[in-house]
Design a protein around this ligand. Structure first.
Ligand SMILES: Nc1ncnc2c1ncn2[C@@H]1O[C@H](COP(=O)(O)OP(=O)(O)OP(=O)(O)O)[C@@H](O)[C@H]1O
Ligand SMILES: [Mg+2]
Length: 322
């Protein structure tokens, strides 16, 4: 087994991805707490539409970056999609109306219709993430993604937006607008802006200072899904920083219980498969299953200790403050 690239101190954007329920939020929270404890200005943000950062931190972090009262330098943000749609309408509503009315007989309801269309709020959420990435307010951005399926289709969407939102619709919109002898901005400007946003977000996730950590558990379905996720990410030229195998049963937890011994043997089979496939590239990190759920700062810090190589990456003793 080799040491995974993550947690490389030069990384600026670290995304945690994986199948539903495997521990993405838990690992994101643990990593973000570690970075902030090291003294880095850290934003932990989720794009999951059913977020659980407020629950795991036992704080309300919806809508705006919220400082953690006990961890200096850590801001946490759950994107509020309603707010996102409203902001999108403020930013683009007029232009959308102008664009559509240039070639269709529509009233202003078209703004609501487009704002809620599949992919549009997600696209704009990526724009918000991009703003944080480009701004120097934070040293590190830890991104707790929605379960892999939707994050991967988001990447696919960016690609399509970028490649198809190009010349043809722009020229069409301009020509129709000219035929109606409309004054004002060229309608294709909006399409160009969208295209640029799609390009910039793709550039962000493919940048050398961005990586995706794939979280999984040692069970058949999760390992299958991990293969698919890694194939998809590679297809989009996204760096994979590490595979985190969560919920690994510890020997002391299994002793004397045939139920747990059987489960541990089952896990062992998948751990071997995982190690064989990804042990050398990108490298595998094992995180034990704790006796209780991971909720509250103390439990998150326990995961931090398991997740990050504290000595090598110079993270101070995390439990000492409690
Ligand atoms: N190592 C662990 N030990 C014990 N419990 C854990 C561990 N990792 C995660 N859990 C628990 O498993 C549950 C799922 O974890 P988490 O919410 O992080 O997964 P997720 O991948 O973000 O899920 P979703 O796909 O729903 O967003 C939570 O209740 C969490 O407390
Ligand atoms: Mg989650």
């Amino acid at each position: 087994m080799t040491t995974p690239r993550w947690p490389d101190p030069s990384l600026r954007l670290v995304a945690f991805t994986g199948k539903g329920g495997v521990g993405k939020t838990t690992c994101s929270a643990a990593a973000a707490v570690a970075y902030a404890t090291k003294g880095e200005r850290t934003l932990l943000l989720t794009t999951d539409r059913s977020p659980s950062l407020s629950d795991i931190f036992e704080l309300n972090v919806s809508g705006e970056p919220t400082p953690h009262p006990e961890v200096d330098g850590l801001d946490i943000l759950e994107m509020d999609y309603e707010m996102v749609v409203d902001r999108w309408k403020d930013a683009y509503g007029e232009e959308v109306y102008h664009l559509f009315s240039s070639f269709l007989d529509v009233d202003r309801e078209v703004i609501d219709y487009v704002a809620e269309a599949p992919g549009i709020p997600e696209e704009y959420v990526m724009g918000i993430l991009l703003d944080f990435y480009e701004d120097d307010q934070y040293d590190r951005i830890v991104w707790d993604t929605a379960p892999a399926g939707s994050t991967l289709s988001l990447l696919e969407l960016q690609k399509r937006f970028y490649s198809h939102l190009g010349q043809a619709p722009s020229i069409y919109a301009d020509v129709r607008s000219a035929m109606k002898r409309e004054a004002g901005e060229r309608p294709s400007k909006l399409l160009e802006q969208w295209r640029q946003l799609a390009k910039d977000t793709l550039d962000m996730v493919q940048a050398p200072d961005a990586t995706f950590v794939v979280v999984t558990i040692p069970e058949g379905l999760a390992v299958e899904e991990t293969h698919r996720i890694i194939d998809e990410l590679s297809k989009h030229d996204v760096d994979i920083g590490a595979i985190v195998v969560n919920n690994v049963l510890q020997e002391e937890a299994t002793a004397g219980s045939s139920f747990h011994e059987d489960r541990s043997a089952m896990q062992q089979t998948y751990l071997e498969e995982i190690d064989e496939r990804w042990g050398d590239d990108p490298g595998v990190i094992l995180v034990p299953q704790l006796p209780s759920e991971v909720k509250g700062l103390e439990a998150i810090r326990q995961i931090t200790h398991e997740l990050m190589d504290l000595d090598e990456h110079d993270v101070p003793e995390l439990n000492s403050e409690n």
